[in-house]
Design a protein around this ligand. Structure first.
Ligand code: DC
Length: 225
């Protein structure tokens, strides 16, 4: 089954540390679709804003950055913004702390959502991960997934990824970001209608990917009947 535009889209949403990135990349590789990390796009806008000394509350300037930035997201994971390789910095603590504020700006979201739709249109679809993919960007996606995990498991996963912050700092940053992402007015993190909800706390990556591949393939076989 494809949506009305003939795209094959897998939408993966969920809070930080739920396993989205790992699962989405593995699912993309296994299904032959391309992968888009939409969080990296919000991080890229934040990176440029911080580099230019722009106040994260200055919505007009943030919207201008989102509209004007040249963003290249290479298949290997490199993120180049306005010609600068920001792959490492966009994951750093400064960007991580400011990104929720930037992602709450309506004009920034409108611009990035339009870039995400265009990205998928050019490729005939893809595996997109974020917070609003199944609810806003592609509500007609072929497969919609909401990944979650307990706050403790999510914080431990993130603490393992970052070497310079202790568990308590990571856990409180994560809780703060969860609250901002879920309670904002513009396109908050929600379980999209029709999304398959998977709690990954006690599942291995292989188990989650296998489950999603089964769902993806069973959906296609439904269409062929
Ligand atoms: O997935 P991530 O942690 O890299 O996302 C960074 C931030 O961007 C996060 O605070 C939520 C926001 N985001 C969003 O609002 N919508 C998306 N589609 C993806 C990310």
């Amino acid at each position: 089954m494809t949506d009305e535009q003939g795209l094959v889209v897998v939408a993966i949403d969920g809070p930080a540390g739920s396993g989205k990135s790992t699962v989405a990349q593995r699912l993309a590789a296994a299904s032959g679709l391309e992968y888009l990390d939409t969080g990296a796009m919000y991080r890229a806008v934040t990176f440029v804003a911080l580099a230019k000394g722009i106040d994260p509350e200055d919505e007009e300037s943030l919207a201008q950055i989102a509209t004007n930035m040249t963003l290249s997201m290479e298949p290997g994971g490199a993120i180049v913004v306005d010609g600068v390789d920001a792959t490492t910095q966009i994951r750093g603590p400064e960007v991580s702390r400011a990104v929720s504020a930037v992602a709450s700006v309506a004009e920034v979201r409108t611009e990035l959502v339009s870039r995400q739709r265009e990205w998928a249109r050019r490729r005939g679809g893809g595996v997109l991960e974020g917070r609003d993919i199944g609810s806003v960007v592609f509500p007609e996606a072929k497969l919609k997934v909401y990944l979650t995990a307990s706050p403790e498991v999510r914080a431990s996963r993130r603490a393992r990824e970052v070497t310079d912050l202790d568990y308590d700092t990571v856990a409180s940053d994560l809780a703060r970001r969860d609250a901002l992402d879920s309670n904002r007015t513009n396109d908050p993190l929600v379980r999209a209608d029709g999304a398959q909800v998977l709690d990954t706390s006690d599942l291995s990556v292989d188990e989650v990917v296998d489950e999603l591949l089964t769902l993806l393939n069973s959906d296609s076989s439904n269409e062929q009947r």
